[in-house]
Ligand binder design. Sequence first.
Ligand SMILES: C=C1C[C@]23C[C@@]1(O)CC[C@H]2[C@]1(C)CCC[C@@](C)(C(=O)O)[C@H]1[C@@H]3C(=O)O
Ligand code: AKG
Ligand code: FE2
Length: 380
Amino acid sequence: MPMPSPTLKSWYSPTKESKNEQKALVFDASLLQHELNIPAQFIWPDHEKPSADQPQTPPLVVPPIDLKGFLTGEPDAISNAIKLVDEACRKHGFFQVVNHGIDSKLINEAHKNISGFFGLPLLEKQRAQKKAGDVSGYASSFTNRFSSKLPWKETLSFRYSADQQSAYKVEDYFSSVMGEEFRQFGRICQEYCEAMSNLSLVIMELLGMSLGIGPSYLREFFEENDSIMRLNFYPPCQKPDQTLGTGPHCDPTSLTILHQDDVGGLEVYVDNQWRSILPNTEAFVVNIGDTFMALSNGIYKSCLHRAVVNNRTPRKSLAFFLSPKMDKVVRSPEALIKMDGARNFPDFTWSTFLEFTQKHYRSDMNTLEAFADWLKLRNK
Ligand SMILES: C=C1C[C@]23C[C@@]1(O)CC[C@H]2[C@]1(C)CCC[C@@](C)(C(=O)O)[C@H]1[C@@H]3C(=O)O
Ligand SMILES: O=C(O)CCC(=O)C(=O)O
Ligand SMILES: [Fe+2]
């Protein structure tokens, strides 16, 4: 396999020395949250610092899309939802949904268990330690993976498969890596992922209608999805203006359904400025990701977003990253190519794109472009 181009902006390849240096750096939130001088690896460059271009981030106030009438098939509600989704996805790839039909008890249970998990001593969380190149596992600030611009967060990620034939179950993953006492937490996460997968298929129907290709094509494309669930935990930070919880990026995945707690920290880049998305625990935040942007031939935009931290309250967010089955070819349907007159992205599989983000490129705002260039070089 040819090597990726070293000219890629975010190409990362820590040197032997920096790898050794990193070994000494451990993100133990119970200690670091009180630290007045945060380690240099967490300090982001000036132009990316939270308040680089504006002293205060103005909130983006957009009414959420009410899914109730869409779910019950009311014609006016359907046309209204189509119009709002289409406008949002052409412009910035971000919208929120309410009356989505997901049980609030399930959401609350998930949040409770997540707080319990991240509240454990570091050594216990490390039982699920993510291994190099793996998607699943516990990661404290990626101190082993990256050497600079470290994010002020801990994450627990795992796979979810909607394929009925698949033997993989979230609860088995939890009990196998962390012990039998984590099976119940795993069950809640499995149930939560099932709910997210179903909701994402409803949203796919809506997106298919708004793109003018009908409700079935995209729903079927993602029916047997092989998705990623990530639990994000952002401890307080005494220097919140110096660092970021999650740096500016577009999700490489297809569609993200995010539930944030009542603390706030998510920001979206709209009209050349960062805007904060005020927390609303009744809503889900929905983002278009790079894979969907490619599938729509670029008609819908992948959403540029980031998460900031604060010096008072820990924050949680639950991100369900909808992704197609690993070897399904991502290729825009003919009808969308005709609309634009040109095919704007190469064919690829999610398996290759995922490998790119885990082994060759640190996801940022240019991942899709860098991936397309990398594919071209690789296929030469
Ligand atoms: C496929 C993925 C890579 C990241 C997780 C995800 O499932 C979707 C988003 C990606 C990420 C969150 C974008 C910002 C940088 C990143 C390194 C992070 O801060 O977590 C990204 C994730 C990754 O593990 O590569
Ligand atoms: O925590 C958030 O609000 C955003 C997290 C995010 O963008 C991600 O995990 O990809
Ligand atoms: Fe994201």
